[in-house]
Design a protein around this ligand. Structure first.
Ligand code: ADP
Ligand code: MG
Length: 480
């Protein structure tokens, strides 16, 4: 048992998916040739004037509402002054003492843990910097300013997180929300969602936090967890060996699974914040908030509650379905067409998801309409086909002929369950003749062999013998 506990706060930068930048009409398209999306405003030439992009404000408000924040009505911008090669203006436009959002929280359910609320300190609007590239050229660092001026929101948490698993659950929830809201693609590899973790350790039960270390450069959610787990252990060892944890910024090496020192925090940075003189405050009215709210989709928590309460799904099934918006909404559409909600959930989470995963597709590319899946469910529930025929024959045929209805395929391929007793009886007689010893064993009391006989008949009928009738006839014959 460790004598220490960890304290963790996260800072998450979220690139907003606007078409143009935060303060200019430059495109934000990812992957363009370097320095092709850079007007004089992005580069901060003297005499240029920024104009705030309204859709960035709208997206930021959506996030604030989704996280139960208070939305500020008068939003001032500030200049955060520092010199760095990726910051051509010499300052970043951000929000300092008037962040757009305060007082929100995120409910998480970590792996093997209980639900818990993580409080948010703030969410503020700002702009991204350019990107320095140290590994493109042998001798020089290159800079691409395409990213400079891309709108961001930064979500800062209170130090409420205790473990790597909790941080994992938190970032997962944030990523899911930005995807539901369609304000960011949540792609950590491409850097559209970036997470810095502030980590400290202290003796268990202490009220005084230890010195925090900030870890950067985790390009996936599992790396956020790995970096935190490593860093907690490293700090504990430093203290147990009689040392002191240095306040510093560390990077994460994903291959080694370790953190390394990048720079020491020698002094508090003085950014000389002052109000941005070129931008008027953004005023947000009650009506505007109501309008933005009315355009938001139903969020995962609400969907989860509805799926478990109204559709009677298990917590597990509901959690799998709400994992992404498309599957939640597909389920909802399917439930309008079938009364069998459990089957609807199973088709999406097993057969459909399996097919999509195998082919690296997402539900947006799926060729079958909910009405086609509803028909499959109906065919099973009315006894016309059985489940294994449906998943092994009908579903694959539908996938390759999506223009057909399920009924058409059942007819064309003659898939309907055969309840013709003479057809079934004939196969049963064959099977019983093939296994005289098993028949004798059954008759001497090994009733468990019934399943094996039924299985043989199903196999020989290519799955089409009605299992109920098969069962009945075999029992009659054997018990005669
Ligand atoms: P800084 O001024 O160094 O950026 P902040 O007070 O703004 O520090 O906090 C940044 C983040 O660090 C927040 O998420 C906060 O919850 C977290 N944090 C603050 N103190 C600690 C600590 N001792 N240990 C872990 N995280 C902390
Ligand atoms: Mg900070």
């Amino acid at each position: 048992m460790s004598e220490f506990e960890a304290v963790i706060g996260l800072e998450i930068h979220i690139q907003l998916q606007t078409k143009s930048k935060a303060f200019s009409s430059d495109s934000t398209e990812y992957g363009a040739l370097p320095n092709t999306q850079v007007s004089p405003i992005s580069l901060g030439h003297p005499g240029t004037l920024p104009v705030h992009n309204q859709s960035a404000v709208e997206m930021a408000i959506k996030m604030g509402l989704a996280l139960d924040c208070d939305i500020r009505r008068v939003n001032q911008y500030s200049r955060k002054n520092y010199f760095y090669a990726d910051l051509p203006k010499g300052y970043q436009i951000t929000q300092f003492d008037t962040p757009l959002c305060n007082n929100g929280f995120v409910t998480i359910k970590p792996k093997d843990g209980v639900e818990k609320n993580i409080r948010l300190t703030r969410i503020h609007m700002e702009e991204d910097t350019g990107k320095s590239m140290h590994d493109q050229d042998l001798n020089d660092t290159l800079v691409d300013y395409n990213r400079a001026g891309t709108p961001l929101i930064e979500v800062v948490t209170e130090p409420d997180i205790k473990t790597g698993d909790e941080a994992y659950a938190f970032v997962t929830e944030i990523r899911r929300l930005v995807r539901y809201l369609e304000i960011c693609d949540g792609n950590m590899e491409e850097g559209s969602l970036r997470c810095d973790a502030n980590i400290s350790v202290m003796p268990k039960g202490s009220k005084v936090f230890g010195t925090k270390v900030e870890v950067k450069n985790m390009n996936s959610i599992s790396n956020v967890k790995r970096a935190i787990d490593f860093e907690i252990q490293r700090q504990i060892e430093v203290i147990e060996n009689g040392g002191k944890v240095d306040g510093e910024t560390r990077g994460f090496n994903g291959l080694a699974g370790t953190t390394f020192s990048m720079r020491k925090k020698e002094a508090i940075n003085d950014y000389r914040y002052f109000p941005e003189p070129d931008l008027p405050p953004t005023i947000i009215t009650e009506e505007y908030i109501a309008k933005v709210k009315s355009e938001m989709p139903e969020l995962p928590r609400a969907l989860f509650n509805r799926f478990t309460n109204s559709y009677g799904l298990s917590d597990y099934d509901a959690a799998v379905l709400i994992d992404d918006k498309l599957s939640a909404f597909y389920f909802e559409d399917l439930c309008k067409l079938t009364p069998n909600f459990k089957a609807a959930s199973n088709w999406i989470t097993v057969a459909i998801r399996g097919y999509l995963n195998e082919n690296a597709l997402d539900l947006g590319d799926f060729q079958l309409k909910p009405s086609q899946i509803a028909e499959v469910i109906q065919l099973i529930d009315s006894g016309i086909i059985n489940h294994s025929i449906a998943s092994q024959k009908l579903f694959p045929s539908l996938l390759s002929s999506p223009e057909k209805t399920a009924k058409q395929i059942v007819e064309e391929l003659n898939l309907a369950t055969n309840s013709d007793t003479s057809f079934i009886e004939q196969i049963i007689d064959e099977v019983l003749a093939l296994f005289p010893e098993k028949v004798a064993e059954y008759k001497s009391g090994k009733k468990g062999l019934l399943g094996m006989f039924v299985g043989e008949v199903m196999k020989r009928s290519k799955g089409k013998a009605d299992p109920k009738i098969t069962n009945q006839i075999i029992t009659e014959k054997l018990d005669a």
